[in-house]
Design a protein around this ligand. Structure first.
Ligand code: GUN
Length: 295
């Protein structure tokens, strides 16, 4: 079977067009959703993520308050800016780009963000609400994976899902979203990780395999059954002398071999990646609606 390639760029473009229309409608009612963005330091990958987020805000008509702080910013100054944004009615969502420079306490900064503006969905209150099935902001990459599946016509309800990776940003929240009694969930979920014995035993049984391990070739063709759906969350740089940059991006799965066997597969880049920013925009629009008492 040759897999259908899930086009994340297209799904993201469709969702952004929907959000743009919603933002235009909100503006007619006097509501302008706003995102506060904080980048500390000048890590090139973080800088390009943040620039992409700011551009995406502009594209759909969101107000964005962009703050680029020097690498030696103190914990106190960063917390003060978060507190200022917590109180600012023009800001509905706060995004502190991670990772922060080593001298800063990331956990304390994430805790300082008001859960009402936690559009990244990283605050323990947001995660806890999600786990017990209460309304909360869903973190962007896992929610993006679920939207990709649903919008590609993949049935999640009742599916056997195996997630490879247990990070706080992807594996753990995604497993919890997929087991919820909700249209986004109702799956049977297994989480594999670095201490799992004989991982292939689990992945071979899966209707949907989601790789979020952060290591190339973690999932190979012999590890998936014919007709499985394979979602690749990995983004890894591997050396490539033929590229001007000296590297190329690959995911966590052996794409070329698995695409001959799976029913659906996401490419890297152009699969899950474009969905992450889209879900950030989605959460910011939802937060503005909630702040205006519309839901
Ligand atoms: N760094 C890498 N991905 C993310 C993300 O989704 N949100 C934030 N805040 N930082 C990140």
């Amino acid at each position: 079977m040759a897999a259908k390639i899930i086009d994340g760029k297209q799904v993201a473009a469709d969702m952004r067009a929907e959000l743009k229309a919603q933002v235009a409608d909100l503006k007619t009612q006097g509501v302008v959703p706003g995102l506060g963005v904080i980048l500390v330091g000048d890590d090139p990958a973080s800088r390009s993520y943040v620039t992409a987020k700011e551009r995406a805000c502009e594209e759909i008509g969101l107000h964005s308050d962009d703050n680029r702080l020097p690498a030696d910013t103190s914990q106190e100054d960063l917390l003060a800016l978060v507190q200022k944004m917590n109180k600012d009615p023009k800001i509905n969502g706060i995004l502190v780009q991670l990772p922060l420079p080593k001298h800063l306490d990331e956990d304390e900064v994430l805790l300082a963000i008001s859960p009402d503006k936690d559009v990244d969905g990283f605050h323990p209150v947001s995660v806890g609400r999600m786990v017990v099935g209460q309304k909360s902001f869903l973190s962007c990459t896992p929610h993006g994976v679920i939207q990709l599946l649903l919008r590609s016509g993949v049935k999640i309800e009742g599916a056997n899902v195996v997630i490879v990776g247990r990070s706080n940003i992807v594996g753990k929240p995604l497993a919890n979203m997929l087991i919820q009694k909700s249209p986004l969930g109702n799956a049977t979920v297994t989480v594999c990780h670095t201490r799992t014995k004989d991982m292939a035993r689990y992945t071979r049984e899966a209707d949907i395999v989601i790789a979020a391990a952060g290591r190339p070739n973690t999932v190979t063709a012999d590890m998936v059954k014919d007709g499985a759906v394979v979602i690749d969350v990995g983004v890894n740089r591997v050396e490539d002398a033929t590229k001007k940059s000296g590297f190329r991006l690959v995911g966590d799965v052996d794409f070329d071999a698995i695409k001959e066997k799976a029913s659906f597969i996401t490419p890297v880049p152009g699969g899950v990646g474009p969905m992450t920013i889209t879900m950030l925009l989605f959460n910011t629009v939802e937060s503005a609606r909630r702040a205006a008492g519309m839901e």
